[in-house]
Design a protein around this ligand. Sequence first.
Ligand SMILES: [Zn+2]
Ligand SMILES: [Zn+2]
Length: 332
Amino acid sequence: MKALVLEENGKLVWRERQLRVVGGWYRMRIAAAGICGSDIGRGFKGGAYHYPLVMGHEFSAVVEEAPKGGKYAPGTLAAVYPLLPCGTCAACAKGFIQLCERYDYFGSRRDGAFAEELYVPESHILPVPDGVTPEEAAMTEPAAVAYHGTHGFEMGQGASALVIGGGPIGLIAAQWLRIRGAGEIAVADIDPLKLEFAAKFGFVAMDAEDATRSSRSADYDVVVEACGVSATRTMAVELCARKGVVSFIGNPADDWTFPKALFSSVLRKELAMRGNWNSVPDPDWRETLEHAGRDLNLKDLITARVPMADGASAFGRILNHEGFHCKTLLVN
Ligand SMILES: [Zn+2]
Ligand SMILES: [Zn+2]
């Protein structure tokens, strides 16, 4: 089969690649796979675990061949949970598979979905309900990560919410907060194009630089940090209301110093600060598939669809900041 192979840092080639056959797993044909921000670091900033590697962890696929006794028939469209937990570590023993100490992962630690085919275990196959397209289904992973970071804490009806970061995860997080019953929901970013895009989803656009300079009094009951830089982590704490919740999703890109006054505000406001890692099949993936195409708009986040074979050019456009993009899908 063919795959978009990362031969070395910065070099993606569409070429023949031996499919890794795993007995007892399903042979799946990839339908669509999203380019994640983490793939930029992995493929172009030396972040790969090894070479050659086939990236792609956000994807939908169709069962091509089921193992003997498998419960899903050929032709079944599925979203695929990409994290393969070890099953034996302390986290796995407690049922926190997303926190596994020795996990494997499609598209980072082992070959993933920027390819024609992939072998997948039955436990990781989530059939897609009728009415949800293969492209929407490919958005399940980021949507589930956003779900993970916006649930698991209490939030009153009509609560005010702020999401810092207007990328795909931020815009899905803001939608989940709306589904949970938040009142005013603001999305902050420094990129005016991202703010314009966020406004189309009905969110209040906030210039992140203005906000840190001027609106020290702003207070949001829930603040979701989906950027991962120290300035936005500080902003999240500053703009959170008394008794509020700060939920961190953004993978940290830098160190963060916590000045005494800022930390004092965590005490004085009695803030709850939550870390989030990855997602779990239930409820994150299940809820995502239930809401997709209904009150969860994933379709309009897709700003480009590129044939898998031309994947290198799609990465090139993102790296060169050519035009606005939210989520780019590679499709077979
Ligand atoms: Zn991702
Ligand atoms: Zn484990």
